[in-house]
Design a protein around this ligand. Structure first.
Ligand code: NAD
Ligand code: UD1
Length: 338
């Protein structure tokens, strides 16, 4: 039986995708170098699905590892999550990001070409829209990344577009995620950031569990209803399910397509804080501070194209995103180390 290779499948989004692929009856094999993940996430996926998940510890830049993987397994498609994602680190160490994200994807595509595998779903990001001219953002909006991480995503998108132009037998899905949050409803897998989180939801979760004293709200003077930044938070299980649909979409015919993955609904920082307070059952301390440099006032998707073409729609709202994040955080205060 053919398999789908899931690169970065031990990570936050990849582990949730493994669950959805296996639960829809598909065979997978995971490749992850564990640079930002624990093998315990794969064990948790096995508990949730009651299935053995073939796992290879290795790097997408390693041609030998990839050659062996494609030789040993009958792989017909790749869901490509592996990559680095910390914006601040990408500014300090840009070459590390271009090597991992751009060179890594190039090596992967070469190995796929050698193996005759021409179907790939790529994890892009709403960050490719830079500072959006208006919201909701549709796929035709101008792109323009503002940091090395964002540029690495745009470069890969462009590389895949050039590849398709040279060989239209490829099947390529470029998925631009908005703000993935939440966790699996089982409480077995979730986001496990290294050190102090940069992103809002894991930061609030750690305030709620008592690991951090209070939330810093980065600015309350944006031109938004309550003055705080607005984002399109999407439940990671909804996001994972979109990958199953994207692969179905590619199986219908060779093509390249871009889809926004968001709910289309924006929430402010204070909206999220309030929803999390409801989820954890107590008030959470916060302070208003200066804006974070590089942040935009608002960013939310027009998900119509994904709704129609992928036959997919985000189902879960902010209440469930917070409830599931809290279940994961409160049962695993130290993440997968617990
Ligand atoms: P994550 O760090 O939890 O997962 C990435 C996984 O890839 C990790 O398990 C890591 O160990 C692995 N990895 C990294 N470099 C590798 C390499 N060279 N070889 C093999 N494995 C490698 O991150 P995530 O949040 O699950 O993100 C998955 C993808 O989605 C990334 O490409 C990320 O840029 C993209 N994305 C994430 C977000 C977000 O907010 N989480 C938003 C938009 C796009
Ligand atoms: C981040 C990434 C971006 C990525 C996106 C989706 C940065 C600088 N940008 O942006 O590249 O595409 O996630 O995953 O990391 N906030 C606070 N206090 C905090 C943390 C955040 O007030 O401690 C606010 C922010 O100002 C923003 C909102 O919460 O208004 C969401 O922030 P965050 O979760 O970091 O996501 P993005 O800003 O969208």
């Amino acid at each position: 039986m053919t398999r789908t290779l899931i690169t970065g499948g031990a990570g936050f989004i990849g582990s949730h995708a493994c669950v959805e692929f296996v639960q829809t009856g598909q065979e997978v094999v995971v490749l992850d170098n564990l640079s930002n993940a624990s093998l315990r996430s794969i064990h948790a996926v096995e508990r949730i699905t009651q299935k053995n998940i073939p796992f290879v510890e290795g790097d997408i830049r390693d041609a030998d590892v990839l050659g062996k993987l494609f030789h040993d397994h009958e792989i017909d498609s790749v869901i490509h999550f592996a990559g680095l994602k910390a914006v601040g680190e990408s500014v300090e160490q840009p070459l590390k990001y271009f090597d991992n994200n751009v060179n890594g994807t190039l090596r992967l595509i070469e190995a796929m070409t050698n193996a005759g595998v021409k179907t790939i779903v790529f994890s892009s990001s709403a960050t490719v829209y830079g500072t959006p001219e208006h919201c909701p953002i549709s796929e035709s909006a101008p792109t323009g990344a503002v940091n090395p991480y964002g540029r690495s995503k745009l470069m890969v998108e462009q590389m895949l577009q050039d590849l398709f132009a040279s060989d239209p037998a490829w099947r390529i899905s470029l998925l631009r995620y908005f703000n993935p949050v939440g966790a699996h409803a089982s409480g077995e897998i979730g986001e496990d950031p290294n050190g102090i989180p940069n992103n809002l939801m894991p930061y609030i979760s750690q305030v709620a569990i008592g690991k951090l004293p209070f939330l810093r709200v980065f600015g309350d003077d944006y031109p938004t209803p309550d003055g705080t930044g607005i984002r399109d938070y999407i439940h990671v299980v909804d996001l994972a399910r979109a990958h199953v649909q994207a692969l179905k979409f590619l199986r219908r015919e060779p093509r390249i397509a871009i889809h926004n993955l968001g709910t289309g609904q924006g929430y402010s920082v204070l909206d999220v804080l309030k929803a999390f307070e409801t989820a954890c059952g107590r008030k959470l301390p916060f302070e208003i501070t200066d804006r974070r440099s590089g942040d935009v006032a608002e960013s939310y998707a027009d998900p119509t194209k994904a709704n129609c073409e992928l036959e997919w729609r985000a189902e879960f709202g902010i209440e469930k995103m917070c409830a599931d994040s809290w279940r994961w955080q409160s049962s695993h205060p130290e993440g997968f180390a617990d």
